[in-house]
Write a protein that binds this ligand. Structure first.
Ligand code: ATP
Ligand code: MG
Length: 269
């Protein structure tokens, strides 16, 4: 593989749920090491797109390639996802929650690690806790953590699997602005250290501009006034944020993300 070969290729992908066309003819090549931030009106298929990249969903048409090969049929450890609110086990401490990730991955039947394997897992967890700034909280239970700390735990769980492709579905949406800003720094640091490719959905356009190397705006190109599910969304703006920090497109993007057009079509805002 040459370094210019895309890590992810989306080839003419459409996704239907029964007659509801959610995504339509989506085509995209993404270079390794990109942070693609994704914005679009509520319900336009952003989470569906991430679930396809995780192999939780399959395209109805078209194909998805990872490293030039058809995407695996099932989720694999090289692709990890963090949701807006992550469910961690409340009866396990921070450290135990992380150990469980490793146990389930290494010994799926017993979900227990012993001896060298356990020591190695604990070392990895130590390193991850440090990276994520949770070393002091390792013996605490999730209920004793702030929202930002819980979200860091969720990110730590995903990072332990060392994914090449990190999928983030509005991961900071529930956090206060100050904590969000800390999380932005954390994410940039982790991204630089681990050479990951990131896809991150957000409703916050300034966050999309600040964190992304590339901004993808999902919207419908065409509408059927009698049937809002007839056509799906695709990428209508694709901005290289290294080259283009212009705000010329901002009003149009704000209008799309605000769901004004979707509202006109009688969809949820
Ligand atoms: N499993 C499913 N079965 C049927 N329809 C679904 C399913 N998952 C999603 N949809 C539909 O697909 C469309 C897109 O949903 P999706 O969750 O991807 O939107 P979204 O862009 O992530 O929205 P939001 O910004 O509100 O999170 C919606 O109309 C939704 O109802
Ligand atoms: Mg969503």
């Amino acid at each position: 593989m040459t370094s210019t070969e895309p890590i992810v290729s989306v080839r003419n992908v459409s996704k239907y749920y029964d007659d509801n066309c959610v995504l339509e003819r989506l085509s995209l090549d993404v270079e390794s090491g990109s942070i693609c931030t994704i914005v679009g009106a509520s319900g336009c298929g952003k989470s569906t797109f991430l679930r396809m990249l995780l192999s939780q969903e399959r395209p109805s048409r078209g194909s998805l390639l990872v490293d030039g090969k058809p995407i695996a049929a099932e989720p694999t450890p090289d692709r990890g996802i963090v949701f807006q609110r992550y469910s961690v086990f409340s009866h396990l401490t921070v450290e135990e929650n992380l150990l469980l990730v490793r146990e389930v991955e290494t010994a799926p039947m017993a979900a227990r690690l012993f001896g060298v394997a356990r020591r190695q897992a604990l070392e990895d967890i130590e390193e991850t806790l440090e990276k994520i700034g949770l070393t002091g909280a390792r013996k605490q239970f999730p209920s004793q953590l702030s929202g930002g700390m819980q979200q860091r735990l969720a990110i730590a769980q995903t990072l332990l699997k060392r994914p090449k492709i990190l999928l983030l579905d509005e991961p900071f949406g529930a956090l206060d602005p100050g904590i969000r800003s800390d999380m932005h720094e954390l994410l940039k640091g982790i991204w630089q250290e681990n050479l990951m490719t990131v896809f991150m959905v957000t409703h916050d356009i300034s966050e999309a501009f600040k964190l992304g190397t590339r901004l993808l705006v999902f919207d419908k190109r065409r509408y059927d006034p009698h049937d809002s599910s007839a056509y799906g969304a695709t990428v209508t703006y694709d901005l290289d944020l290294y080259k283009q920090q212009s705000t010329a497109n901002l009003p149009a993007i704000e209008s799309i993300v605000g769901g004004h057009r979707a509202v006109e079509k009688g969809k949820k805002p």
